[in-house]
Design a protein around this ligand. Structure first.
Ligand code: DON
Length: 298
C-alpha cells in the first residue's frame, strides 16, 4: 500500500492489483561447462545464457597461459562479450513473450562459428556484425502485415515487388518502384525462375494473364473465433512458412512467437531436396532423413 500511494502521489501507475497479481516463477537453470566445472545459472529473463555464451566461447582458449589481463586474453574475452551481448540485446527477453533461442546460442556448432570469426590480432567491429536492434528493416521486395481490431476483424495482406527493388525503376515522380513480377510466370515451361520454381503450361506467360504467386495471406479461425492471421515474404517459402507456423501452433501447442521464430524447412517439388534453416533438424534427425533417401541443403 505504501508503494502504491508513493507511486500515485508522484504520478506513477502502480496499483494494488499489480502486487496481488505478481507470481514468482521457478525456472530450470541454464547449464554450461567451463574447463572442469559445471556452471548453473539464471535462465531468461536473467542473463545466464549470456554468461554461458561468453564462457563457452572462451573455453577453447588458454587464458592462463596468455596471462592475466594480457592484451591477448583481454582481446579474446572482449570479442566473446561483444558477440554474446549482440545476441542478448537482440534476441533475449521474457520467455512468456518471446522465443529465446537458448539451445542454438549455446550449441557447440554456433560457439565454434563465433570463434571462427574472431581475428587473432584485430578488434572486432560491432557496427559491421550484420546485427540490428529491432525494429527490423522492412524487406525491399515483399511486405506482409496482419491487423486485428478490437472487435476481432482481421486483415491479412501481402504485397510484393518480387525481386529486391522490383524492376529497379521508379516511374516519373510516383515515388514507388515498378515490380518485376513477370518472373512469377513460367517464361518457358520447364525452365526455372529466380526461386528455382519449375512450372508448367498453366502458369505460362500470356497477355492479360496474372502470374501465379506464392503469396498466401491467411486467416485461421476456430469456430467463429479468430485464431491466427498469417503471411510472409520469401517467394515459395511463403507457403511452407505459413504451413509450419500453423502446425507449430495447432499440433504442437506453441505460442505464436515460438511458432514464428523456430527454424523452418522447405520443399517445393523441384529441386528434389529439403532446404533447412540452421538448427531446424538435430544431427540425429538429419541422419535418419538421409537414410530415408532425402537430400538436405542448409
Ligand atoms: O508473388 C510471389 O510469389 C513472389 N513475387 C514473391 C516474392 C518474394 O516474396 C520475395 N521475397 N522475399
Amino acid at each position: 500500500k505504501a508503494i502504491v500511494s508513493a507511486s500515485q502521489k508522484h504520478g506513477g501507475v502502480l496499483a494494488l492489483e499489480d502486487f496481488a497479481n505478481y507470481r514468482v516463477i521457478i525456472r530450470k537453470p541454464i547449464q554450461c561447462f567451463y574447463r572442469d566445472f559445471r556452471v548453473l545459472t539464471a535462465p531468461p529473463p536473467g542473463s545466464g545464457v549470456t554468461v554461458c555464451e561468453i564462457l563457452s566461447i572462451l573455453n577453447a582458449y588458454d587464458l592462463k597461459k596468455w596471462g592475466f589481463h594480457s592484451a591477448k586474453s583481454i582481446h579474446f574475452a572482449v570479442e566473446a562479450m561483444r558477440r554474446a551481448f549482440a545476441d542478448r540485446n537482440t534476441l533475449l527477453g521474457d520467455p512468456a513473450f518471446v522465443y529465446n533461442p537458448i539451445d542454438r546460442l549455446l550449441s557447440p556448432v554456433y560457439i565454434r562459428k563465433v570463434r571462427s570469426v574472431i581475428s587473432a590480432d584485430k578488434a572486432g567491429n560491432s557496427a559491421s556484425m550484420g546485427i540490428q536492434a529491432s525494429p527490423m528493416r522492412e524487406k525491399m521486395n515483399t511486405t506482409h502485415y496482419s491487423i486485428v481490431d478490437r472487435e476481432g476483424n482481421a486483415v491479412s495482406t501481402t504485397v510484393t515487388l518480387n525481386g529486391f527493388f522490383g524492376g529497379k525503376v521508379i516511374a516519373g515522380h510516383t515515388g514507388f518502384f515498378l515490380n518485376n513480377e513477370l518472373d512469377d510466370f513460367t517464361l518457358k515451361p520447364g525452365v526455372s525462375n529466380q526461386f528455382k520454381l519449375i512450372q508448367g503450361k498453366a502458369n505460362v506467360i500470356a497477355p492479360n494473364k496474372r502470374p501465379l504467386s506464392s503469396m498466401s495471406p491467411t486467416i485461421v479461425m476456430k469456430g467463429n473465433k479468430l485464431s491466427m492471421v498469417l503471411g510472409a515474404a520469401g517467394g515459395p517459402t511463403i507457403i511452407t512458412a505459413i504451413v509450419q507456423t500453423i502446425l507449430h501452433q495447432i499440433d504442437f501447442d506453441m505460442n505464436i512467437n515460438v511458432a514464428v521464430n523456430l527454424p523452418r524447412y522447405h520443399m517445393q517439388w523441384l529441386p528434389d531436396l529439403i532446404y533447412m534453416e540452421p538448427f531446424a533438424f538435430s544431427a540425429d534427425t538429419q541422419k535418419v532423413l538421409k537414410k530415408m533417401g532425402y537430400r538436405l541443403k542448409l
